[in-house]
Structures are given as C-alpha cells and as structure tokens.
Design a binder for this molecule. Structure first.
Ligand code: BGC
Length: 451
C-alpha cells in the first residue's frame, strides 16, 4: 500500500528555542541587559519570580545540547540571537565574545549536519534601547538594521535561513497592551505604534539582507484561526475583529502593503493615520513565512473584553493543554492553506508547534513518558502532511521546544520540551515524545501510519 505520510526528501525536521528562554548567563562576557532581564527581576512580573538567569544553562552547555539534537536526528534547529549579547548598548560597539557564542553554535550544528535557522528578535530588546523608547521610538528601525547587519556579516556565510521577528503580535499585545510581557506597558495608544515600528524594522532588516546576505529571509507570525461561536451577526463581527487583530495585522502590511480594516475598529481613536510611504516600505518581498501554530479560538462577541470585544468560548469536549489552549489539529492544515491562498503562495516553515502538559520537576530513570504530548505531536504532524497533500509549499517543521524552558511570565511552570530539564540540577532526560520524534524523522513521516 502506498505511504500516506511521506514527507519530501528535503524536508527540515527541527526543534525551536529562544535565547532568553534557554541560555542563562544573561550578563556573561560583556553582554548588556535586555528588557526581559529587567522585567523578570521586577517583583510580581513572573510566576514565582522566575528569571532567565540560569534557565537551561545552555550558554555553558551548548556543545552537549547540540549533541542531544544530533541524537534526536534533527536536521534543523531554530534559535534566536540575543541582541544585547552582540550589541550591549543596543547600537554602537560590538561585543565579539557574545557574537562568538553564536558563531560556535552555528559551527557545532553544521558539524552535525543540522541546518541553522536564526531568529534576530525573539522578544529580548536591549534595555539601553528601551530606555530610549524601544519599539516606540521610530529610530528603532535604524538600530535593528544595524544589529541585523552585524549578524548577517558574521554568520550568513554559514546560515541559510534568517527570521527577522518572532511573533510581533505577542510583542505588542503582551508587552504594550496588557503588560504581561516586557516591557510591561498597558497603553492602547502605544500598541499600534510599537507594531508599526516592528514592521518598519522588519523591512529594514530585509533591505539590509538584500545588500549583504546571500540566502533566504522571512518573518515568523503566530496564527490562531478564529471560529465564530454562533452565526449571529455579532459573533461574526467579533470573529472578524479577532482575526484582523491577531492573524492579519502583520502579514497584510508585509505582503500587501496595507493594514486590515478591522484594526481601526479595534483601536478606535488610538489608531493613527499611517504615512503611505511607510506602508510601501514595509511591503518588501520576503522568501518564506514562518508559522507558529498552537491552537484555534472559538470566538463570541464580548463588549467587556478590551479592546477587541471578543472572548474565547471553551469547548466542553476538547482536550486543553497546560497553557489553556485547545488541542485542535485541523486548524493547522487550515492555517497553512490560508497562508497559501492569501499571502502569495510562499514557501512556509512551521517554525513552532508543540504543547505544555504536566511533567514532574524531577525524573527518576532514563525516560519520562508523556503520552499527551506524543498524541499532540502525532496529530499535528499528520495535519501538516494534509497541507502538503493540498499543495502547500511546506518546507519544514520545528517542535517547540527542544528543552523545557522559561515560559516567559509563566516562569518554569509550563513544560514544552521533548527533553525534560530538572531545573535544580540541569539534568536532561528524554521524554517519550523525543523517541517518537526521532522515529518520525528517521522514517521521514512514514512511521505515522503505525503510531
Ligand atoms: C513563542 C515562544 C513560547 C511559545 C509557547 C510562542 O509564542 O514564540 O517563545 O514559549 O510560543 O508559549
């Protein structure tokens, strides 16, 4: 019988991480402080006061962690560079020791035939720049362009896949609107300004890349399909707003040079009139889209819910993860098809997909069974394959995450790793999902017919 889950030979099978979530040693070897360092050290901002001071101690255990990746059989790895390690003041003098770390990481990966995908910004703005307004200062686009140029110059000879920004929606919704992430602001008026400057910065980095880079560059967005709870006019309108706000706010300008209309409704008087010139600049060809997919949302009209006036309806028969997200694999297939239809049929990578389920803090023995995570991964990788069948140009899949790590303001309470980390000893233990993923990679998907 013909195989139903055969992925292309060139398919990338990876894991993803982010600097502040795994590295630890945030101030080592001349690094500057990021605004996440400040935020996590501010009492009350993270669960249990957890910080990234140690995290997975990856900064000091990098070689061992790359060996774990090789054991898994990964042929790709997505990580982010800490801007403040490279440019401690955000701009100006380069800290060679910080840059050397990423240089060694790239070499260690290549030595094991693991393709690096590098994210320039995964949420850790240098504090020195935040002190000057950060994402609210229009000059941030120059700062980001300069930082990007330094990274491209040093690594593009060996790095073929670059990501400008990770999930700009989360940066602004958590960081500037609700205050749950760094820098912890709560300001409706600031939110669209931060978004706009993120987009301008993205575009400037792509522009610099076309000058000095030789490979491919894209952006990573989080997409969460919005399904109306009922077909009442109110719920449909709420769904439209939620979709414009979360799913189309960034791609629409990057690919089509315009903002979705829904944003005007969402932000009301806080929505500025943007210069047409900016939108023309923001629209600049990219080489791929990175999709982070975790869940969908069933939406109902809810006037009390600021500012989108929409809230999520819990599904009584569904499975939910530890982060409260419904397990709903078909929306991954739909998101991929939707990207193909609406955003230029570009190559797509699933740059994050995974689940937090409860695992104990300490593990006895060699393995930890995690059946819920295994089931999540199986279903979602099958759903990814369905999109290939439907003609989506899907090039790779990255599990979030390689290791249990700092789940931002949730601290170490949410475990997403294929590999368990005991945060009191730094002992790494493979979970059952690591074994499963290894088999999926080794068979290029075919094992999914049997598991
Ligand atoms: C982010 C990660 C985060 C993960 C799970 C994504 O929003 O890129 O940094 O840990 O999802 O919440």
């Amino acid at each position: 019988m013909e195989n139903t889950f055969q992925f292309p030979d060139t398919f990338l099978w990876g894991c993803a991480t982010a600097a502040y979530q795994i590295e630890g040693s945030p101030l080592a070897q001349g690094a500057g402080r990021s605004f996440w360092h400040r935020f996590s050290h501010t009492p009350g901002m993270t669960r249990n006061g957890d910080t990234g001071d140690i995290a997975c101690d990856h900064y000091r255990r990098m070689e061992q962690d790359v060996a774990l990746m090789a054991d898994l059989g990964l042929n790709a790895y997505r990580f982010s560079i800490s801007w403040a390690r490279v440019l401690p003041g955000g701009e100006g003098g380069v800290n060679q020791l910080g840059l050397d770390f990423y240089d060694r990481l790239v070499d260690a990966l290549l030595k094991r035939s693991i393709t690096p995908m590098v994210t320039l910004y995964h949420w850790d703005l240098p504090e020195a720049l935040d002190n000057r307004g950060g994402w609210l200062n229009p000059r941030v686009a120059d700062w980001f362009a300069e930082y990007s140029r330094v990274c491209f110059r040093r690594l593009d000879d060996r790095v073929g896949l670059w990501v400008t920004l990770n999930e700009p929606w989360v940066v602004t919704d958590g960081g500037y609107l609700h205050g749950t992430l760094a820098p912890g602001h709560r300001n409706l008026f600031e939110t669209p300004v931060a978004s706009h400057n993120l987009l301008r910065s993205h575009s400037r980095a792509v522009q610099v890349y076309r000058e000095v880079g030789r490979h491919r560059i894209g952006i990573v967005v989080n997409i969460e399909p919005k399904h109306p709870a009922t077909d009442s006019a109110e719920d449909l309108a709420a769904t439209e707003r939620a979709d414009g706000y979360m799913n189309r706010q960034y791609l629409e300008p990057v690919i089509h040079g315009r903002y979705p209309k829904a944003l005007q409704e969402v932000f009301g008087e806080a929505w500025p009139e943007w210069p047409q010139k900016d939108l023309e600049e923001i629209r600049r060809p990219i080489d791929f889209i990175g999709l982070n997919y975790y869940t969908r949302e069933v939406v109902r009209h809810d006037p009390a819910r600021y500012p989108v006036k929409a809230s999520a309806v819990r599904q009584p028969n569904a499975t939910y993860t530890e982060t409260g997200w419904e397990v709903y694999p078909p929306a991954l297939t739909d998101s991929l098809a939707w990207l193909k239809e609406n955003y230029g049929n570009l190559p797509i990578y699933i740059t994050e997909n995974g689940a937090a389920f409860y695992d104990p803090p300490t593990v006895e023995g060699e393995r930890l069974e995690d059946p819920l995570r295994q089931s999540y991964l199986k279903k979602h990788i099958k759903a990814a394959h369905d999109a290939l069948d439907a003609g989506v140009d899907l090039r790779g899949y990255f599990v979030w995450s390689l290791l249990d790590n700092l789940e931002w303001s949730q601290g170490y309470s949410k475990r997403f790793g294929l590999i368990h980390v005991d945060f009191s000893t730094q002992k790494r233990t493979r979970k059952g999902s690591a074994d499963l993923y290894q088999q999926i990679i080794a068979s290029n998907g075919r094992v999914l017919e049997r598991v």
